[in-house]
Design a binder for this molecule. Structure first.
Ligand SMILES: *[C@@H]1O[C@H](CO)[C@@H](O)[C@H](O)[C@H]1NC(C)=O
Ligand SMILES: *[C@@H]1O[C@H](CO)[C@@H](O)[C@H](O)[C@H]1NC(C)=O
Ligand SMILES: *[C@@H]1O[C@H](CO)[C@@H](O)[C@H](O)[C@H]1NC(C)=O
Ligand SMILES: *[C@@H]1O[C@H](CO)[C@@H](O)[C@H](O)[C@H]1NC(C)=O
Ligand SMILES: *[C@@H]1O[C@H](CO)[C@@H](O)[C@H](O)[C@H]1NC(C)=O
Ligand SMILES: *[C@@H]1O[C@H](CO)[C@@H](O)[C@H](O)[C@H]1NC(C)=O
Length: 928
């Protein structure tokens, strides 16, 4: 037999009548009302719920059943909670830790005219109590008028206990009609404290009640337990007395003990339909009212097995002998107790009162106290009202997440877009288990300096606030950090460069008009050994509408920007997002458009990342400028050999240049940081008074113009396949300038003589960034430009136009464009266009190609060239789209292209048969 624990108490004194009006420690809340009143039946003082909860809405004057006597007034009002909060808690202060009786009543009364009995959960502190499922009342109409009464005994260790209503579905609205708290004093129900569990009352009966007896509670029962008359065993004889029976400690009131069942041999008493629980707890109360000295000893059986032997209730002396016995009960569905006269007893069994409890959850650990303190500070500071009860358990407040540690810790603060203002309290830093701190879309003005205590932080969202001051260096020390969003604030100073060098997280900081931002370039495509930084500042002038928008994707060295391959995701049309950054794991990040400003200039000088040479060294390297290999934007280009043997192209600057030392250094610094596989890189410079020189990598095979129609056109002609590869690589270089530099760089002088080839015939674009590097230089800036009308702003689309001309040259194998826009250019574009419209592509193809090309690929490139040279800039593709189209052309050429249909934007249109005119119309309409 199971080990049982007994609480045996023999009480031999006659109790004094209690002062009936005292209600020590009682809290009696008539939910949905305000003001106090005293119930005339019980003398219990009821109060409204105002002092205990601040959420929810009241409703009063509800209909109650005619026959409802008890609690009729309390049931005629309720409080309901129709917002989206996960929990609403009544916080009840207690005078001392110990065991408390909590009774909650629910009478739906169709208050919301929905005629739907709701379902929701209840919790006590951090512990799930039970689901209140009023839909189980099939008799809907009746259940509207008959209260559901739930009562528990709970151990309380803090200075208050919270009773929470948990919303579990969007359909059902939690509500409550009344809530009572009663202290259980003395050693009564010590099992509650010992088991640290919630005990829910299943039944509490007054056995063998006087015939006119109704329920008995306060003031007769000092704990205000409600004793219902049992109508079981009505055939049994009863034993009763008119006098008082000892009633102290956990004993039922004298009124209950004054009568009971008796039998000569045996009787039984059972609970059917037990609520599901793995364990129950029963308490029986006996009083031998015979005043005889005959022995009364019994054995108690549970479901046929001995549960408690030799229960001796023998009366003695002049008083009645009252005794209680209580113990755990293991039962399934039914608990049938049988009370049998034991062999040595002269009298039969007796039973005066009985209680049964379901042992529910063990009390959950409440949230780590220091974390709760911080949450309370945040609530007070930000007027986040009405969040109470345990923050984490059994379900967390809507705006936090918690760990399942013991005790639970706060792991996320989710206060996005809740209109909180002012400083982020530094107490937040005490939430050391925080993983997510989401404070975006508020009106915060400052954050603490030192975030290092938040060692577990992975995501910090501070964007869209009014944050000022510098960006804390301490972010760098957050080794778990993955996302740091600072956009749309008023940070000033410089974004700490170490943030980008030492960490692996994504940081965004665009639209901070007073913040200087280091931007990371990744050099050389496949060669990612050196990551480089460039500092970009916006104008900084107050009231400036210029926006520096920037997304920085920080890559570890092993990560690299991948070549673009958008076809899978975007279909094969020319129209797709212009700006995207690619990481090696295949994920893409849209890049916010970057707009620089020429206004403020650079407030400090960035570091130059290439070596500086003396003029003497350069004279030696070039053999005193002996071999001129060409003429660039700036002037003649000389061939040279650096001391380390590296071949270079050397470009002296005009001695008339008015650039200051700082301005020149800044330009060189930026040039030195623009490193890409398909861009001719700066490898050194010289900065002596009147003797400034730029040194670039040497391109052994000259320009593609040389190969197409220049000095190498007969000796080293390019095949169609080679031309496609060269065009694609050059386009990638330009795309890098357009999309991955901040601010974006307009080449401004794209032409076939600026596309160079190295020993391996890999194409690299040269002469970029030699003008002002910003987008807003105009066509009058003194450099060669090809936009149609002078005075128009140079844009990335002017580079696309010029690139289109380069493509036409690749097809036609002859000079089709001069550097500046002329009627001749237009005529040639017109000529190509009309040839294509007539379906006669062969007329324009470079005769040196013979028949060694795929006509489909040729059409593809020809169309791309025409589209790129469209008069209207908006109709031209972006460089990213050009790159994609050229990659397609190469696939078509090599027969590996798989058309993705049926995109309306599909560029895979064949013009080769006779319906060119229709198609040209289609093509135009697609482009609009
Ligand atoms: C109701 O009673 C409580 C406790 O006795 C008291 O603090 C409160 O002021 C009373 N409220 C009203 C409206 O009388
Ligand atoms: C209620 O209190 C009044 C006054 O204190 C007292 O006369 C009355 O007997 C009490 N009623 C009960 C049921 O205790
Ligand atoms: C105890 O707390 C955890 C979360 O902290 C919760 O998931 C669990 O349901 C709680 N248990 C009970 C019985 O309330
Ligand atoms: C029962 O209790 C009475 C009074 O205390 C005592 O005299 C008697 O011996 C007890 N009987 C048994 C079987 O324990
Ligand atoms: C935010 O707070 C301000 C001032 O407290 C108030 O005027 C404004 O209406 C609030 N906005 C929202 C969306 O709550
Ligand atoms: C940055 O802003 C803070 C607060 O607005 C100000 O005190 C500080 O002087 C500013 N620093 C710079 C470099 O502008």
């Amino acid at each position: 037999m199971r080990a049982m624990q007994f609480v045996m108490l023999a009480i031999c004194t006659v109790s004094l009548l209690r002062n009936s009006s005292a209600q020590p420690g009682f809290i009696s809340i008539d939910c949905g009302t305000n003001g106090n009143y005293t119930d005339p039946v019980t003398n219990i003082t009821w109060t409204g719920d105002d002092g205990f909860i601040s959420t929810g809405s009241n409703i009063a004057n509800l209909p109650t059943a005619m026959q409802l006597q008890e609690n009729k007034k309390q049931m005629s009002s309720l409080r309901f909670f129709d917002d989206s909060r996960t929990k609403h808690c009544y916080v009840l202060p207690v005078e001392a830790s110990g065991t408390y009786l909590i009774r909650a009543m629910f009478l739906y009364a169709n208050y919301d005219k929905e005629a739907t009995n709701p379902i929701f959960d209840l919790a006590v502190d951090a512990t799930f109590w039970r689901t209140v499922d009023l839909t189980l009342d099939r008799d809907v109409t009746n259940s509207w008028f008959k209260p559901t009464v739930l009562e528990v005994l709970v151990p309380v260790e803090n200075s208050n206990v919270s009773v929470c209503l948990l919303r579990t579905s969007s359909v059902y609205t939690p509500f409550i009609s009344s809530l009572e708290l009663r202290p259980i004093t003395g050693t009564s129900y010590s099992y509650v404290k010992k088991s640290r569990s919630i005990l829910e009352n299943v039944g509490r009966f007054n056995c063998g009640p006087a015939s006119n007896s109704s329920l008995i509670r306060f003031p007769d029962d000092s704990f205000d337990r409600i004793w219902l008359p049992s109508d079981e065993n009505s055939g049994l004889p009863t034993m009763s007395t008119g006098g008082p029976v000892a009633a102290s400690d956990n004993m039922p009131p004298s009124l209950v003990l004054q009568s009971g069942w008796i039998s000569d041999i045996s009787f039984s008493f059972y609970w059917k339909f037990l609520p599901p629980a793995s364990l129950y707890y029963a308490a029986f109360y006996f009083a031998d009212l015979t005043n005889s000295s005959d022995t009364r000893v019994m054995d108690i059986y549970l479901n046929g097995k001995l549960w408690s032997a030799d229960v001796n209730t023998t009366a003695f002396g002049n008083s009645y002998h009252a005794l209680s016995i209580s113990a755990e009960v293991v039962a399934m569905g039914i608990a049938n107790f049988s009370f049998d006269k034991s062999s040595e007893s002269s009298l039969g069994p007796v039973l005066n009162a009985a209680e049964l409890y379901a042992v529910l959850s063990v009390m959950n650990e409440t949230t780590y106290e220091p974390d709760v303190d911080v949450l309370n500070i945040l609530q007070a500071r930000f007027s986040l009202l009405g969040w109470n009860g345990d923050p984490c358990s059994p379900v967390p407040w809507n705006w936090i997440s918690c760990s399942s540690a013991s005790p639970p810790r706060v792991t996320a603060l989710m206060l996005s877009g809740v209109n909180i203002t002012g400083a982020l309290p530094r107490e937040v830093l005490q939430l050391t288990m925080l993983v997510d701190l989401f404070m975006d879309h508020n009106v915060l003005t400052s954050i603490p300096e030192d975030f290092t205590p938040l060692v577990n932080l992975e995501r910090l969202h501070l964007h869209n606030n009014h944050l000022t001051g510098s960006v804390p260096d301490s972010f760098e020390k957050l080794h778990q950090l993955k996302e740091l969003f600072l956009d749309n604030n008023y940070f000033n100073g410089t974004l700490p460069e170490q943030l980008m060098n030492t960490s692996t997280f994504m940081i965004t900081a665009y639209a901070n008009p007073f913040l200087c931002i280091p931007y990371q370039y990744v050099c050389g495509g496949d060669n990612t050994d050196h990551t480089k930084l460039i500092i970009i500042c916006s104008a900084g002038a107050a009231g400036s509408v210029l926006l520096v928008a920037l997304l920085i994707y920080c890559c570890r060295r092993r990560r690299k920007l991948q070549p673009l391959n958008l076809r899978d995701r975007l279909g094969s049309g020319y129209f797709g997002p212009a700006y995207e950054i690619y990481s090696s794991d295949g994920s893409t990040t849209p890049v916010h458009p970057v707009m620089g400003t020429s206004g403020g200039g650079l407030p400090f000088i960035p570091r130059v990342d290439v070596p500086k040479y003396t003029y003497e060294e350069i004279k030696t390297a070039t053999d005193n400028f002996k071999f001129q290999t060409g003429e660039g934007v700036i002037g003649p280009v000389y061939q040279g050999t650096l001391p380390d043997g590296k071949q270079v192209a050397v470009i002296p600057l005009s001695s008339k240049s008015t650039l200051t030392h700082d301005e020149f250094t800044a330009e060189v610094a930026i040039l030195s940081k623009i490193q890409h596989k398909h861009l001719v890189c700066l490898v050194g410079y010289c900065d002596e008074p009147q003797r400034r020189v730029l040194i670039f990598e040497y391109m052994a095979k000259g320009t593609i113009r040389d190969h197409l129609y220049g000095k190498l056109s007969t000796s080293e002609p390019l095949s169609w396949k080679q031309r496609l590869e060269i065009a694609l690589n050059a386009a990638r270089g330009l795309q890098f300038l357009h999309t991955q530099c901040a601010p974006r760089i307009i080449h401004g002088d794209v032409k076939s003589s600026n596309v160079f080839l190295n020993e391996e015939l890999a194409a690299k674009v040269a002469e970029f960034g030699l003008a002002k590097l910003r987008e807003d230089i105009t066509a009058t800036s003194g450099f060669m430009i090809s936009e149609f009308s002078t005075g128009e702003k140079l844009t990335t689309k002017s580079d696309v136009f010029n690139f289109g001309i380069v493509l036409l040259e690749c097809i036609c194998g002859r000079k089709t464009a001069k550097p500046a826009a002329t009627t001749e250019n237009l005529n040639i574009i017109q000529w190509v266009k009309s040839s294509l419209q007539n379906g006669n592509i062969r007329a324009i193809i470079d005769p040196t190609l013979g028949k060694n090309y795929n006509v489909e690929a040729m059409w593809h490139v020809a169309e791309l060239a025409l589209l790129s040279t469209d008069e209207r800039a908006v109709s031209r593709p972006t460089m990213t789209q050009v790159v994609r189209a050229l990659a397609e052309a190469i696939e078509i050429e090599s027969g590996t292209f798989v058309a993705i249909q049926p995109s309306a934007n599909s560029s895979v249109v064949s013009l080769k048969d006779s319906k060119e005119k229709d198609r040209e119309r289609d093509g135009r309409s697609q482009r609009k």
